[in-house]
Design a protein around this ligand. Structure first.
Ligand SMILES: Nc1ncnc2c1ncn2[C@@H]1O[C@H](COP(=O)(O)OP(=O)(O)O)[C@@H](O)[C@H]1O
Ligand SMILES: [Mg+2]
Length: 420
């Protein structure tokens, strides 16, 4: 505004004064629009909002207070600074002048220096305000962009961890399905003579002949072996089906990551379904030791917590697998309990491992985004920073330490009572 000509609207019913101010300001390089009446000035302001308004108070038809009030009602004109003018002989109601929205006032006959100084000050203040509003909008935009980028990062970490798991999950599902397949084929073979016998029986009407058929069937084979085989095969099928259901349930629970609403969740079920998904990564190498305590259900974003459990468990598996030599008794311990601090109750979930442990010199950087010690393709370093974000969004916190023996121990504390 300082660079380009500021546009000033002057309103005064005393023509001599109007002309004086107009020429005075025009001489200073301002673009001036003079009006003898409030209504005309308002119309002009609506059509082309000025940068500042000099407004006489005492005017017939519509006085300056009313003009100002109408200006302040309009969204577009509200912020334009209004400087009131009043004759020295009039008693000006200063409170009213300010409360209707004026920023300043001068007395008539006007002093050239005074008007000029006040106009300049208020134009500058208005410019600062415009600049701040612009900066504010820019900041808001940047914040939105940041939030967007963060959401995308979280999504990509989720996809990356799902990617790692997909191969394992396919294998996991394949196992029980093959098991069901093989058992049901064998069962069909075993049942085939039974079905034939039933068909023969269904065609016979004489009891004697039916008895003979059964007798013959019994003599031809060991019924005990047959019964054992049928019972074993059916139970294999049930086990396989049960396992498939568990895996699918685990996948379902896990893929609820984007749920926007908080829900009541049984934390142990969530941990278990995450373990099902990771099973192929640790089976035969690492044993899982559970010490589940008596904890309440909590209101949380269950899908997001699953992502956290997966991150910690996967890190524990990685830390163990990266050891030079694996021991017989490698394990991951999962302990849950209620923790109280400052009268606030938390559900604590402690995940510790017998892995490499964390070198002291990187302890401070663990939760930094993109901090990783893993090879390209093995980790992108977002797991812990995202987990911390998720736990903090629940009003909780995460502790990390190395265990005295060997290995790392992460504990997350999630408030029992939802904070919102
Ligand atoms: N259980 C653990 N034992 C040892 N080091 C760990 C453990 N969990 C995390 N870390 C260290 O923290 C780093 C960051 O972990 P994370 O944010 O999950 O990213 P990423 O797993 O992709 O590397 C890991 O690269 C590793 O050095
Ligand atoms: Mg990780």
């Amino acid at each position: 505004m300082e660079n380009k000509k500021a546009n000033i609207l002057v309103v005064d019913d005393t023509l001599a004064n109007l002309e004086l101010i107009e020429s005075m300001l025009a001489e200073q390089g301002y673009d001036v629009r003079p009006f003898p009446k409030g209504k005309m000035a308002l119309k002009a302001a609506f059509n082309d909002p000025p940068d500042l308004i000099l407004l006489d108070i005492m005017m017939p038809e519509m006085d300056g207070y009313e003009v100002c009030r109408l200006l302040k009602e309009d969204e577009k004109l509200r912020e334009i600074p209004v400087i009131f003018m009043s004759a020295l002989t009039e008693t000006i109601d200063k409170v009213k002048a300010f409360s209707t929205g004026g920023v300043d006032y001068v007395t008539k006959p006007v002093q050239f220096e005074e008007v000029f100084a006040r106009v300049k000050t208020h134009l500058r203040l208005r410019q600062y305000q415009i600049d701040i509003e612009k900066k504010n909008r820019e900041l808001q935009n940047t914040l939105h962009e940041l939030r967007d980028a963060q959401a995308k990062l979280i999504q990509s970490e989720k996809m990356a961890s799902l990617g790692v798991l997909t191969a394992g999950i396919a294998h996991e599902i394949n196992n029980p399905v093959n098991f069901i397949n093989a058992s049901s084929r064998a069962l069909k073979i075993k049942l085939s003579p039974v079905v034939t016998l039933l068909e023969q029986i269904s065609r016979e009407h004489e009891s004697q002949k039916i008895n003979d058929l059964i007798h013959q069937f019994k003599q031809d084979r060991s019924l005990k072996t047959l019964i054992n085989a049928i019972s074993e095969l059916t139970s294999n099928i049930c086990t396989g089906a049960e396992r498939s259901i568990q895996i699918v349930k685990g996948l379902r629970t896990f893929s609820r990551l984007d749920e926007a609403e908080k829900k009541k969740a049984v934390i142990h079920e969530n941990i278990d379904s995450t373990l099902v998904l990771l099973h192929s990564q640790y089976q035969n190498l690492i044993s899982i030791k559970k010490e589940y305590g008596d904890i309440p259900d909590i209101i949380c974003y269950p899908g997001k917590l699953n992502q956290v459990f997966l991150n910690f468990l996967k890190n524990a598996v990685d830390a163990i697998k990266s050891k030079e030599k694996l021991e017989q008794d490698e394990s991951i311990s999962i302990k849950t309990y209620v923790f109280e601090e400052n009268n606030k109750k938390y559900v604590a979930v402690e995940i510790s491992d017998t892995g490499t442990g964390i070198p002291e010199n990187i302890m401070d950087r663990l939760f930094d985004p993109f901090f990783t010690t893993k090879d390209v393709g093995k980790g992108i370093g977002l797991g812990l920073s995202i987990s911390l974000g998720i736990i903090e969004s629940h009003g909780g916190k995460i502790d990390v330490k190395n265990k005295p023996g060997k290995g790392a121990c992460f504990t997350m504390y999630i408030p029992c009572e939802s904070s919102d």
